[in-house]
Design a protein. Structure first.
Lengths: 57, 457
């Protein structure tokens, strides 16, 4: 497949995506784990304060 | 190339194709080098889906090569855009919505095995009140492991200007005129307050990005580190959350409560509204420009079939008007931040890529209410200059004259010498009479102001 790369992505910007991907991956991993633990201990109920805090950065 | 066709001066960067004009119609040439990407765009259902969601400008396909070029694949005829506008003319919420549309398009593309190869507001236009991608060739086939090539461009063109407006004030939006290709992280990061470093998303996308800019280590080279599809989805989602979370703190500027101020009575406002309504009902028009539109009270009096461009130099006014129009689903009015004394210039390569604001089109009607005293007294623009300007802009003019004894004018003259001996109703009429025919002249109740209706000679 021929890619038509007319835009310079910037090498630093390429590297930062690798870093951001890693950071977001870790956050996602912990979020999923935390949600699993919460669902294990609690009954299903409407969104808690913790959920709200987690959804903001 | 065929002599009859004219390649658009802003359409030269992407080798996949270009926009051209032939006999007054806009077409898009699609090159054979883009064939496989275009095929995927259509066969995956992505273009149809985005057009249905009002995210992509509709187009039709033509099997006719106007250009005579051997690398022709297909010709597209995009739907006509009613009025071109650029990011430096948009308010905060308009840029935010354009950013949201760009991310939504990229996410939809990724779900269909494609990705946006550029992410710039230059590819977005407001059509029927909605930000739409106008560049059909912005998509390319997604290759697993490749990073998002337009990530930096997205940050520079959308995220950084929005963050600067949010944390440094709306005036920072004007930096977009200095950096039409996007505000680099290295420029934005030092301007943002320290607290933004404590916000993980902003730290990563801006502050860390600024530190990394220009790094050319071996490990940074393309392809050595892979970014998975899931990673890109997470980056897009994170950018979306970060941008959605940006809201302006409500502020009162000198202008966004203009008609609510006690100095101007209710009687004045209603009387003016009635006069303008009656005038607009009498005349025939299909395009209107409202100069100094404030929060759009008078633009809203125009009929819905007409194209209405509402301009004001106050970004907060235009922002609140845009939000109101969006809420009320009034799609015929396009509000834009324009400083009449410094309107958007012609920009880009050979001054031809981005057309100057007042060169885009002339209008059937120009509405200029509570405006003339600001231009004549605050900016020292003569009535002759103003009359010539209006004559170049419109066929019919609805204009309010604010006399010197008006409290607003008195307020403007309070701290400066009155060098405006020529600022009289007679001089105003004499200047306009050089270009226009006076049709109506009505006093506005509750004030000493006068409403005029002129028709071009």
């Amino acid at each position: 497949m021929m890619q038509l790369l007319y835009l310079d992505p910037g090498s630093g910007s390429y590297l930062i995506q690798v870093i951001i991907a890693a950071v977001l991956g870790v956050i996602f991993y912990f979020k999923t784990g935390w949600n699993w633990i919460k669902s294990f201990f609690s009954k299903p109920k409407p969104e808690t304060e913790d959920d709200k805090h987690e959804s903001t950065d | 190339m065929n002599q009859l066709i004219k390649q658009h001066p802003a359409s030269f960067r992407d080798p996949s194709g270009f926009i051209y004009e032939k006999d007054g119609t806009i077409y898009r040439f699609v090159s054979t080098s883009y064939e496989s990407h275009f095929h995927l765009l259509e066969s995956s259902g992505l273009s149809a889906d985005l057009i249905k969601r009002n995210l992509l400008l509709p187009y039709s396909r033509l099997q006719e090569n106007h250009t005579g070029r051997p690398d022709w694949h297909i010709t597209l005829q995009p739907q006509r855009i009613p009025f071109l506008s650029f990011a430096w003319e948009w308010s905060f919420s308009q840029l935010k919505d354009a950013a949201g549309a760009t991310l939504a398009i990229c996410r939809a593309a990724l779900a269909k095995g494609m990705i946006l190869k550029d992410a710039t507001p230059a590819n977005i236009q407001f059509v029927k009140g909605k930000p739409m991608l106008i560049d059909t060739l912005s998509f390319e086939t997604y290759l697993e492991g490749e990073a998002w090539i337009a990530y930096r461009q997205f940050c520079e063109c959308f995220l950084n200007p929005l963050l600067l407006a949010k944390y440094c004030g709306l005036e920072a939006h004007k930096l977009m005129l200095c950096y039409p290709d996007g505000i680099p992280a290295s420029v934005a990061a030092p301007l943002l307050p320290f607290k933004t470093k404590l916000k993980p998303s902003i730290y990563l996308h801006v502050h860390l990005h600024a530190k990394m800019a220009g790094k050319t280590t071996a490990s940074a080279s393309r392809g050595t580190k892979k970014v998975s599809r899931k990673n890109i989805e997470q980056i897009l989602q994170n950018l979306e959350e970060c941008i959605n979370g940006l809201t302006l703190t409500p502020t009162t500027t000198s202008w966004n409560n203009y008609y609510g101020e006690t100095i101007l009575s209710n009687d004045y406002f209603h009387s003016k509204k009635e006069l303008v309504s009656a005038l607009l009902a009498e005349i025939d028009y299909s395009s209107v420009i409202d100069l100094g539109a404030n929060e759009g009270e008078f633009s809203l009096l125009c009929k819905k079939e007409a194209l209405v461009i509402a301009t004001d130099f106050d970004s907060a006014c235009i922002d609140s008007f845009y939000k109101r129009l969006k809420k009320e689903k009034q799609s015929h009015i396009l509000p834009l931040v324009i400083d009449l004394t410094y309107p958007s210039p012609a920009m880009g390569w050979d001054n031809a890529e981005r057309i100057a604001f007042f060169k885009r089109q002339s209008f059937d009607v120009c509405i200029a209410l509570a405006l003339i005293h600001h231009l004549a007294i605050s900016k020292n623009i003569s009535f002759d200059q103003l009359a010539a300007f209006f004559a170049s802009l419109c066929k019919k003019l609805i204009i309010e004259f604010v006399p010197k004894e008006d409290p607003k004018v008195q307020g403007m003259l309070q701290w400066r010498a009155d060098i405006f001996g020529q600022y009289t109703g007679e001089a105003f009429e004499a200047a306009l009479n050089n270009y226009f025919q006076l049709e109506r002249k009505e006093p506005i109740n509750g004030s000493s102001r006068t409403l005029y209706f002129y028709r071009k000679q």
